[in-house]
Design a protein around this ligand. Sequence first.
Ligand code: KG4
Ligand code: ZN
Length: 343
Amino acid sequence: MRILALESSCDESAVAVLDERRGLLAHAIYSQVDLHQVYGGVVPELASRDHVRRLLPLVRQALADAGTGLDQLDGIAYTAGPGLVGALLAGAALARSLAFARNLPAVPVHHLEGHLLAPLLEDDPPPFPHLALLVSGGHTMLIEVRALGDYHLLGETRDDAAGEAFDKSAKLLGLPYPGGPELARLALQGRAGAHAFPRPMLDRPGFEFSFSGLKTAVSLAAKAQPLDDARRADIARGAQDAIVDTLLAKTGRAMAQTGLVDVVVAGGVGANLALREGLAALARRYHGRIYHPRIEFCTDNAAMIAVAGLLRLKAGGASDDLAIHARAQWPLFDLAAMTPTHV
Ligand code: KG4
Ligand code: ZN
């Protein structure tokens, strides 16, 4: 089977072609970062319009790179949610229309399932069941992945997501959007312990997170003068350490309590090197393994939508109507389980 996939849930337009036997044949991405940078965050209306402009050329490019045509496809997958609804509609409408024109099945894909399944693109995919730490701009969740599509939530954030905490702290330090990677870069020059920010929820049992207090603490620290480069780096280091320590503590607790020591790290914050190093240490402690998608597939991309789409297609998950599915909100735990199979 061969599938084309489109991703447009936020500020990246992405297209990929995945072949069941030959693997990933092509993937193309256009990031709108420059477009939104002046506003300090994603402007939904601008994002939608840019997806409309970018997606079709990206489809052409990906098909050409893959050396394939629409007539050699078995289906077209698209991100149907959750995300910015106008942005989602741009991809969903194009994917559904292409599928209609070529009489192909259209497969609506859950964006977070895409993130969770991204490690299946690698040579040494994670076994099932496993634990997943899903850390993105909008979500922070610890999930027991029992089988494909069978996801059990252990705990999530009560307020801000981990990526949001990175982005908001970065903004308070005057770093450009998107702040996560910038804050991580600045933190490299900071001293550990110079700013000890709170690590909420650590003293409570369970797997919930809370990051909203961090921005208040960072904002207070950033108000003290002078806010020179050394001080900004120390604050960045303190903020990153607080976020990463919290994620590690809860992940370690989940490994201990569930006995699942194979851990998938998914979502944009999974690109963070301090988190990656901390998780590697956890894996050594619990004799487990950490599975990362390659860095470029941690953040939004269409290759992960293609994997999830291909597996859903094989499991009979194509939509059987002509509807263009786009859901701003879509709980991951609504998804029906799929019969275990491999890409
Ligand atoms: O998964 P993603 O690309 O988009 C969604 O939210 O779905 O995640 C984006 C988030 C942003 O908050 C970004 O700042 C954060 O991931 N991020 C990072 C790093 N790279 C991306 N945060 C910390 N360190 C990084 N290296
Ligand atoms: Zn994402």
